[in-house]
Design a protein around this ligand. Structure first.
Ligand SMILES: [Ca+2]
Ligand SMILES: [Ca+2]
Ligand SMILES: [Ca+2]
Length: 440
């Protein structure tokens, strides 16, 4: 999410707003939209949440209860990392939800996600933070223990004016301890913006709690990136560490591949896509090969979502497909642009869906909308056409949305934050009852 500075326009009264950040008051709506012949999207509930920026879905490691994680931030005053659970009592029974502020000390929390590896002695969240807002631009990567979130540990050494949006796990130095890869950016008032991809060396249990040693990988990546190796099928696991980055400030999509001498080969994949923003790795056209799903962040008709067919061996783009373009930016103010983050997902939890084309959820950011792209053709690998559905006209900056089965009924929820409106909307993907009978 790239919320913009509004200078003095940000109301100082926000500082005085007391927690809780999520109140039990909520609107319920009955809006329902069919998105194809198999599914409809039902609007379930709209929650009041203070300045929700990034949403993430997490599962309690012990109880397996689904949690909605909310990274909330604002120009003045404390930010918050909040968890909402208790959804199994009914999505619309908002008075029954359990809301907990996990941490109020992390500056401008961006992406917060459950650690996948046994890096730390217990389960917990990795939070990337900071943004180009005065007083909040020196960010950090923080580990928040799940059972004791008050005992958060900062893993990065403070670097003035640099902020973080994402972390991924990889044993970069092959010592058996999983390390962290992250990108950081800076946009100083005077001077040029800059970015760098780094990895943080896991020191092992002996020095737990200390900042991790930083290792430089490359200059340029400033916001988002993905480790390709996580997405590759088992047959391609032999490829060296390969990181694909969206470089926002230098306006290009690049790939970095580790060479035998331990350095990284740097290849520009596309320098014509505009200000590159988010990236996900998915098999978009269901042909068995991983594709690159990328957004840019542009104020005008160049605002787009792209799908790239890509050869992981030669590091060459085979074809770029424009999945959505001309996304209108409606948010007023300087430097407003669209879209924001992107997420490919399957509309049901059933295993058979893994081989079909995913849907694509586009958080609009300055478009003030959440856009859902549904494949026109479920199977044709050559068909890259999507039908766009505006599933929520938030009339507010839309931060990072997420998906997951919140209430455990087997149906996927789509959860969308309206940052300026202090709202979070919950939708359910519901199979249509009247499906054509299956042929035997
Ligand atoms: Ca390591
Ligand atoms: Ca593919
Ligand atoms: Ca559900």
């Amino acid at each position: 999410m790239m919320p913009k500075l509004r200078g003095a326009a940000a109301p100082l009264t926000l500082v005085l707003l007391a927690f809780p950040v999520c109140s039990s008051t909520a609107e319920t709506h009955g809006r329902s939209v069919a998105v194809n012949e198999k599914y409809k999207i039902d609007e379930r509930v709209i929650l009041d949440v203070q300045k929700p920026g990034y949403l993430n879905f997490a599962v309690d490691p012990a109880t397996k209860a689904p949690h909605l994680l909310i990274s909330g931030f604002q120009a003045f005053g404390k930010d918050h990392l909040t968890s909402i659970t208790g959804w199994d009592r009914g999505l619309t029974s908002t008075g029954e939800l359990d809301t907990a502020v996990l941490n109020k000390e992390i500056t401008w929390p961006n992406e917060a996600r459950m650690v996948e590896s046994k890096i730390f002695s217990g389960e917990g969240l990795l939070v990337a933070g900071g943004f180009l807002v005065p007083g909040k631009s020196t960010g950090a990567v923080t580990f928040v223990p799940w059972n004791h979130p008050e005992n958060a540990v900062v893993l990065t050494t403070p670097k003035k004016g640099w902020y973080y949006h994402r972390t991924e796990e990889w044993d970069v130095n092959s010592d058996g301890l999983i390390d962290l890869v992250t990108a950081r950016g800076t946009m100083p008032m005077v001077g040029k913006p800059d970015g760098e991809l780094i990895w943080l060396e896991n020191p092992g249990p002996a020095s737990a709690g200390m900042p991790w040693k930083e290792h430089f990988i490359a200059r340029g990546p400033d916001v988002h990136f993905r480790i390709l190796n996580h997405a590759l099928p088992a047959s391609e696991k032999d490829l060296p560490l390969t990181i694909i980055s969206t470089e926002f400030s230098t306006r290009k999509l690049t790939v970095l591949r580790r060479t035998e001498d331990g350095n990284f080969q740097n290849v520009v994949l596309d320098n014509t896509l505009g200000a590159a923003f988010d990236i996900q790795l998915n098999d978009l056209n269901a042909d068995g090969k991983i594709d690159l799903l990328v957004t840019n962040h542009e104020p005008d008709s160049k605002a787009s979502v792209f799908g790239y067919e890509f050869d992981p061996y030669t590091l060459k783009i085979l074809k770029r497909h424009t999945l959505l373009t001309g996304i209108e930016t409606r948010q007023k103010g300087i430097k407003q642009a669209s879209p924001g983050t992107i997420l490919a997902f399957h509309p049901t939890l059933s295993a058979g869906n893994a081989s079909s084309k995913p849907w694509i959820l586009v958080s609009g950011d300055g478009s003030q909308r959440a856009h859902l792209l549904v494949p026109e053709n479920e199977n044709g690998a050559e068909n890259w056409s999507y039908r766009e559905h505006v599933i929520w006209n938030a009339e507010s900056t839309v931060g990072q949305s997420t998906v997951g089965d919140l209430d455990g009924d087997g149906r996927i929820e789509i959860i969308i934050p309206a940052y300026d409106k202090n709202k979070v909307a919950v939708f359910t993907v519901t199979p249509l009852k009247l499906q054509s009978p299956r042929r035997r």
